[in-house]
Design a protein. Sequence first.
Length: 352
Amino acid sequence: MLTESFQDILKVLVRNPSVVGAEHSFFRVLQRLLEERGAKVTWYEGLLVAQGSRPESLMLSAHIDRHGLVCTGPDEFQYAAFVAGGRSDLLGNSVSEELIKMIVDRFGDEEVYAYEPWSGMYRGRGKIRNTYVCPYRNNLIFELEGMSHLVAGTPVAFHDNLRITNDSVTGQLDNVLSAAILVYMFEIGFEGTAFFTAQEEAGRSWRYLLEWFRRFGGSTNQLVVIDTSPYPDTETARAQTLVLRHRDANGVFNKSMTEQLAATCDAAGVSYQYKDDYIHEQNRLLAAEGKTLRSLGSTEMGRIIAASGGLVDGTTLQVPTTGYHTMDESASLIACEAFLDVLCRLAQIQPK
């Protein structure tokens, strides 16, 4: 089972909103939790950096934004990720774009609440009445009840209800789960560097991370980006415990670091799958049926490798989940425990 201490951190973070493009108040919560656990915390535009006593020993990164809405006019609400990122930034190779039409019907009667982006102050609650894709703006449009008083720019978060059972963790996990794990790692002795990035769901987080490496990066500019990884059903998600990648749609990941992760998983007795291999196999079957092929996905790691010109390199470690980008995203407890175990082995710390 996950420790009570970790569950407490996860519950605190889930209760604090972090809609794409309006993450400032969440950064404040993170800063407090991290400093209470001895980390040196520095805040940059779109990025919070937490460092222990050996900052170059291991570098980990997780995004902290979650999907939500933003008021874009009188009683008008749009999907925040596409507003924050700008549709022109989306090049057709991200999982989010593939899912936009699939998830349009997932939000019926979902409860939401508004907040001030800087302070996190509560600004009222309501409910989703209708959702549709606007053919002119090419975005998800939401009709809400009880939110007509909001002004443009106000973020609206989904009301999350975290559920932890003997089998799984369920809620809006992407990517509050990874953020909670990084905070918990400082509690149990992590001495490296943890990056918490904003606007990953809008395809912008890599820019903030790359700017840090351009300013402060040394000889060790290799990192592991941690995240959740979507699967269509529970059986497929649990066919492996963790997810690795050789590459994404943007580029090839660091081979030696990927092999080190695989070796660490092997040593821990943790099963894993390479997501790009899985997608290639799915595409082989789809091609045989004459159907549209799936994207390899556009990740923070792939984007920063492609844009950094060799300055930054690394790989990813992911938890397989179902119900991606909904309030019912679910990960098995076995996967969450293995996720933490593998990261602790990499960092050479003993989990409590």
